[in-house]
Structure formats: structure tokens, C-alpha cells
Design a binder for this molecule. Structure first.
Ligand SMILES: Cc1cc2nc3c(=O)[nH]c(=O)nc-3n(C[C@H](O)[C@H](O)[C@H](O)COP(=O)(O)O)c2cc1C
Length: 470
């Protein structure tokens, strides 16, 4: 399989399917929208290989799901050169009461069934006309729980590294024998569990080496997302992205860009040293084409994976490719999408208009403007924050957001935040600290990413706190 470019939309549950697990119009619309942005490949949200109902999640557990999946693959292929592969998943039962099945409840027959279900799922992916299949072995789910350092099963499926890798190995082998050598199989797993006594890079390098030796066609590196540190909410099934490991999986605004890069980079170096060139997908707050390009040129990954980045702007790959970086609508990692997923609500971006289930494509090249009196951006010192206010901008269509850029002590301007245009034009910068001069400007953008001129810039010296009298 050859990709048009080195971008990959990582699997992202949409909660758009019904509890029946079938592809519907809203699902098709979501993936066609991603395809319009022309990423190299889209990994479709995790779909169950097991036969029990599992909420609003797609399924591939039975032949009756094939026609809908085939239609989805066809619609994406009709849209652009983007490839499409489903992520297939097995997870254990979970109840609102807090009870959850664990790997210790599984008999050898249950394990055999899981292997069979993965292999059949992979085969259905091929039958449905997808370009490949990704096996989900990351986060809180069955295969990942076997790989986990916490797996203390007393049989040949637990304890030592070899035993923990056994189910993974058997699943990959079974999938390969079902789909043949000419159908790409990718594997996604955690480069680090990000929980106390969980595994880190030392083990994940070995796991990746095994995956490479088994002939996987790509390895996608995620992080965390475990049950062990998840926070239980009364009356709700436990959601494995609520603790620290959840933050590592979907790094929030307080984490720096590329937070998890050292995992993919470490694994890639290790495999290359052993003579394996399996492409490594790196993910986690990769938000700008400049950063993506730097990762590739520095050899920290082979393929740029992103989820929330393209939820915020499905046209990211196309804009990057055509040199329209400045039209990209940036993700601010505020994790509204994650909260929607947690609450079984349709997953959308915080910036999208309220009445849509997928952001529409807008063909519009007219840039919005500031009013005649200008943006009049002002900065004032408040207790612990710098408050920015400005005038609303005007557009032929509608203003979508305001991007705020900041320079510290005369350094380069960097993107700081974006505010929604339907909110008061105001932002409190709580990250400015005393003793530095901060300079800001803002730009309004419309839904196509066209921008106003830069506003006036304002500089403010944040004083060091005065010593209080004792
Ligand atoms: C709403 C939501 C649903 C997700 N669903 C999946 C999933 O089904 N499978 C998976 O491997 N990762 C899933 N992820 C994790 C993303 O694929 C990705 O690894 C993570 O969000 C970090 O990348 P980003 O910073 O580009 O968003 C999900 C993330 C979000 C926000």
C-alpha cells in the first residue's frame, strides 16, 4: 500500500452509530469529510470483533455488518485518494455498577475465541473493501491488558514478557493467515502504559520488535488510557481516560506539543538498529505542519498520526500540502470531544457549529475584516492574569474563531489559544508570569480558515510581585 502522503487519521470513536453497531449516514458523512481533507489514510474508529452489544460503537463481528462497511469504504474511495482501514477491537464486559470483567476471568477457550474473532474481523475488513486493518492493542482493552506489566496470569498468557506477548502474537498470526500476505495489517499499542508499575519504553521496544518480526505493515504508538487510574463516576461505567494515563493518551492544553514523541522515536530507533523498517506512526498533540515536517526530517516517526487535530480541521492535510498553513483551524486540546465520548454523546469539536454532526466543507476565499475602528486589542493586568479584549470582526459568511498569538520578551510569536467567535471577545492569559513582557495580537478566522489582517499588537510588562509586608 502506498499512501499519498505521510498523514494518518488515528482511530477516534464518534458515538455516531446506533447501539446496533451499523454504519449510518452520520458515520459516512464524518469519514467522507475526513477524506475530503486528503490524509494518507484514515483509521476508522474502533469497531468490535466480539458479539455482545457495546453501546454506540461500530461492529465488525458478523457478516451482516459487511454491506454497511463496504459502502463506507467505497464512499471514502470515491472522494479522494485517501486510504481507509478499520481499527478492530476486543474489549471485556463492563457495567454501570463498577463491575468489570478482567483478563483473569478468561478461560483458555475464551482466549481461543478472541483470536478467532480478531481473525474473522480482519477477514471481514478485507471482504468489505478496506485497504488494510489495524489491530487495537492499546489502552484499556483486552489485548493491551494482556501486554500490560500488570498481567499476572499464572498460565502461559501472563507474567513474563514472552507470556504477556503470547496473545498478541497469536492474534497477529491468525489475522495474517486469514487475510493473506497482500493485505496490510497495522498494530496500535501503547509505547508506555503511563500507570504506576506499568511498562515503559524498555518493554514496548521489545513488543514492537515482535510485531515487526510478525510482519506488521505499520505500528502506531499510543500511550496510557488505562482503567487502573481511571476515576469512577457514580452510575456510569468507568471510562479509562479520566486519570493521568488518560491525559497521556489525549494530552490536554497544559501538555506541550508532541508530548509522547519520545516513545515512537525510541521504538523507531530500536527497530532500525535491528534492521526493521516497519513504518512507525507517532501521535499526540501534533498540531502544525511545521512540527510534523520537523518530526519526519529528524527521523522521530515515519507517519504523522492525529485525531483531535483533524477533528478541529479536517482539511489540515490538504491545507498543509498546498502551503496554506495559515488557514488551518487549530485544536486547542480542550478535550470537549473526549468529554462527549465519555458521556456517550456525539463526538464533535468544541468549535463546530451547534447544529451539525460533522463540520461542513466551506468553499470561501474572502477574508474577514476588522471594523473601521480596527480590532483595538487591549491588554490589562488583573490578579494573576493578563486580560485581552478586542472588537468583533466582520465577515461575509460568519466568524468562526479568534486565534491569539503571543511573544515573550521579544521572542517569536507563537499560537497561544483560540476563542470561539460566538463568545465575548475576551481572553484571560493565566500563563503570563511576573518579570516578563508579553506582546499579543489576534486574528479572526472564518470556517474556511480565511483570516483578517493581524490586529494591532499590545505589549504588557507583568511586574514581579512586590514583597508583602510582614
Ligand atoms: C473522542 C476520542 C476518541 C478516541 N477513540 C480512539 C479509538 O477508537 N481508538 C484509538 O486507538 N484511539 C482513540 N483515541 C485516541 C486518538 O486516536 C489519539 O491517539 C489521541 O487523541 C492523541 O492524538 P491527538 O493529540 O492528535 O488527538 C480517541 C481520541 C478521542 C479524542
Amino acid at each position: 500500500m502506498t499512501l499519498e502522503n505521510r498523514t494518518l487519521v488515528t482511530a477516534m470513536v464518534t458515538r455516531l452509530s446506533g447501539a446496533d453497531g451499523f454504519v449510518n449516514n452520520e458515520i459516512r458523512e464524518r469519514y467522507v469529510r475526513f477524506a475530503m481533507g486528503e490524509p494518507g489514510i484514515i483509521i476508522v474508529e474502533a469497531m468490535g470483533v466480539h458479539d455482545y452489544k457495546s453501546g454506540q460503537l461500530l461492529r465488525i463481528s458478523n457478516d451482516e455488518f459487511i454491506p454497511g462497511l463496504r459502502d463506507l469504504a467505497n464512499k471514502v474511495h470515491d472522494t479522494s485518494p485517501t486510504k481507509i482501514a478499520p481499527q478492530i477491537i476486543h474489549f471485556l464486559k463492563i457495567a454501570k455498577s463498577g463491575w468489570r470483567q478482567t483478563i483473569y476471568d478468561l478461560t483458555k477457550d475464551d482466549i481461543k475465541l478472541i483470536i478467532k474473532q480478531y481473525a474473522e474481523g480482519a477477514h471481514r475488513a478485507r471482504t468489505a473493501g478496506f485497504d488494510g486493518v489495524e489491530l487495537h492493542m492499546a489502552h484499556a482493552y483486552t489485548l493491551s491488558s494482556f501486554l500490560s506489566m500488570k498481567n499476572n496470569r499464572k498460565d502461559e498468557y501472563g507474567g513474563t514478557l514472552e507470556n504477556r506477548m503470547r496473545l498478541m502474537t497469536e492474534v497477529i498470526q491468525a489475522c495474517r493467515s486469514q487475510v493473506g500476505n497482500d493485505f496490510p495489517i497495522g498494530v496500535r499499542f501503547d509505547g508506555e502504559e503511563c500507570i504506576r508499575d506499568g511498562y515503559g519504553l524498555m518493554d514496548s521496544r521489545e513488543i514492537a520488535l515482535r510485531i515487526a518480526k510478525l510482519g506488521a505493515d505499520w505500528i502506531s504508538i499510543s500511550a496510557g488510557g488505562k482503567f487502573e487510574d481511571a476515576i469512577k463516576k457514580e452510575g456510569q461505567p468507568i471510562y479509562p481516560y479520566t486519570g493521568y494515563s488518560g491525559d497521556r493518551c489525549m494530552p490536554p492544553a497544559t501538555y506541550q506539543d508532541g508530548y509522547n514523541l519520545y516513545l515512537g522515536a525510541g521504538i523507531r530507533d530500536f527497530l532500525l538498529a535491528k534492521g526493521y523498517k516497519t513504518p512507525i506512526v507517532v501521535t499526540g498533540k501534533i498540531r502544525t505542519p511545521e512540527h510534523a515536517e520537523q518530526i519526519l526530517s529528524e527521523g522521530k516517526g515515519d507517519i504523522i498520526g492525529f485525531a483531535r487535530t483533524v477533528l478541529a480541521d479536517p482539511d489540515w492535510p490538504k491545507k498543509a500540502r498546498s502551503g496554506n498553513d495559515d488557514k488551518i483551524i487549530k485544536c486547542i486540546s480542550i478535550n470537549v470531544c473526549k468529554a462527549l465520548d465519555e458521556n456517550f454523546k456525539k463526538v464533535k469539536c468544541y468549535f463546530w457549529p451547534k447544529n451539525v454532526s460533522t463540520v461542513p466543507f466551506v468553499e470561501n476565499t474572502t477574508a474577514p475584516k476588522w471594523p473601521v475602528e480596527g480590532a483595538q486589542l487591549k491588554a490589562e493586568q488583573r490578579t494573576g492574569v493578563v486580560r485581552l479584549t478586542w472588537n468583533k470582526s466582520i465577515d461575509t459568511d460568519k466568524i468562526y474563531a479568534y486565534d491569539i498569538f503571543r511573544s515573550v520578551d521579544g521572542g517569536p510569536f507563537e499560537f497561544l489559544w483560540a476563542t470561539r467567535a460566538d463568545m465575548k471577545p475576551m481572553y484571560d492569559d493565566g500563563t503570563a508570569s511576573g518579570g516578563s513582557t508579553y506582546t499579543y495580537y489576534t486574528q479572526a478566522l472564518d470556517m474556511a480558515g480565511n483570516r483578517t489582517e493581524k490586529s494591532n499588537s499590545v505589549a504588557i510588562l507583568v511586574p514581579l510581585p512586590v514583597q508583602s509586608e510582614t
